[in-house]
Design a binder for this molecule. Structure first.
Ligand SMILES: [Zn+2]
Length: 373
């Protein structure tokens, strides 16, 4: 990592782990992300209509409104893909020996210790496990993505709980204020969207310049993992359906907190913003036209209200601009970036080697798993 950035992170070193822990210690890092659409965007499970929930408008304003929802998977999956593409591009995901053991119960070979395991002794390429890791249904269980964002059990790979916790995000304003039904006038336009057949069909779109306050909560992570997730958030720009031609989103980091409890919920943030923006407009609901500045101006009060009911220890990153500047120069500098990602991968492999092989021993002896959940 670059010197200045390392120094900044060092101020918060007690918020991070030096090694990925086996058991929870509830060290939370919460990144408050205001997502802003920069083009039309589509968040739908049904295909034609946007996903909507009926919810209380604000905390003080208790009327019910319909809100467009950005489901958690639609937030995190693109960010995971950003990170994995980077790991592949820089050749970080070298192949390692599977966790099989010889008859003595020892791992056949320590994994991931420097040598290039992409090639066997004859120089031939080995089976690619980590390079082929898929978020859905083909997880390798041995890469930084699997160990940080979690993966479900597939045959023979065990599972890992996510340490990046997310939740559905909700648009601040009501659906009629942020949505347009865009008419498609040719069949060709609809083929990729899967609603071909009707020559004149429409599709609901979220408008550009619409805001979705969210928080990404990191649980018991190392400094390298924190930096990796933050980089994924800041580098990802495409979300939702049709994301090859719309769905451009800019993620603005409003705040970062380290704590021993979860401080923010997405819906609460949305409702506090609704109250603040309603107050600013003075006409019973937020203005139809809102810019990033309106949200930034409303944030200090939202933050204050959101933190008021919290029980627990917390620390705010005071020099947020400095921290984000550090992340920016790190991700611009290939040498520094490579060393960060290699460190991330080394620690991942250490964790996999030590934890997963112990878990296998335990399963063999019929012990209960110690996980508390
Ligand atoms: Zn993986």
């Amino acid at each position: 990592m670059t010197e200045q950035f390392t120094e900044l992170l060092n101020q918060y070193r007690d918020a991070f782990h030096t090694q990925i822990p086996r058991y929870r210690q509830n060290r939370y890092a919460q990144i408050v992300v205001l997502r802003e659409t920069k083009s039309h965007a589509i968040f739908t499970t049904e295909g034609r209509t946007l996903d909507v929930e009926r919810l209380q408008a604000g905390n003080t304003n208790t009327t019910a409104i319909d809100r467009v929802v950005m489901y958690k998977r639609k937030q995190v999956a693109p960010e995971r893909r950003t990170g994995k593409a980077l790991l592949r591009d820089l050749g970080i995901l070298k192949e390692v020996e599977a966790l099989s053991k010889d008859k003595g119960g020892k791992p056949k070979k320590p994994i991931g210790e420097g040598e290039d395991l992409n090639k066997d002794k004859g120089g031939k390429s080995k089976k690619t496990i980590r390079m082929d890791c898929q978020i859905m249904g083909g997880s390798c269980g041995m890469c930084p993505d699997c160990i940080l964002y979690g993966y479900a059990a597939t045959t023979g790979t065990g599972s890992q709980k996510a340490r990046v916790l997310t939740d559905s995000g909700f648009v601040v304003r009501s659906e009629p204020q942020v949505m347009r039904d865009i008419k498609l006038n040719a069949i060709q336009d609809t083929i990729a969207g899967g609603i071909a057949g009707s020559a004149f069909s429409g599709r609901e779109n979220l408008l550009p310049q619409v805001f979705i306050p969210t928080v990404e909560t990191l649980l018991d992570v190392t400094a390298a993992e924190f930096t990796y997730v933050l980089g994924n958030i800041l580098k990802t720009t495409r979300y939702g359906a049709e994301s090859n031609r719309e769905g451009f989103i800019r993620n603005h980091v409003l705040a970062i907190y380290f704590s021993d409890v979860e401080l923010f919920s997405n819906l609460e943030l949305t409702q506090y913003f609704y109250d603040g923006l309603t107050e600013a407009s003075g006409n019973g609901q937020p203005h139809d036209y809102l810019s990033l500045e309106d949200f930034i101006n409303a944030w200090p009060k939202v933050e204050q209200k959101a933190l008021a009911p919290v029980f627990g220890r917390r620390r705010k990153v005071e020099n947020l601009a400095g921290l984000l500047g550090g992340v920016r120069s790190l991700f611009e500098n290939e040498t520094a970036l490579r060393s960060l990602l290699e460190a991330l991968d080394r620690e991942t492999l250490r964790y996999v080697r030590e934890t997963k092989s112990k878990d296998k021993d335990k399963a063999g002896e019929g012990n209960e798993a110690e996980g508390e959940e």
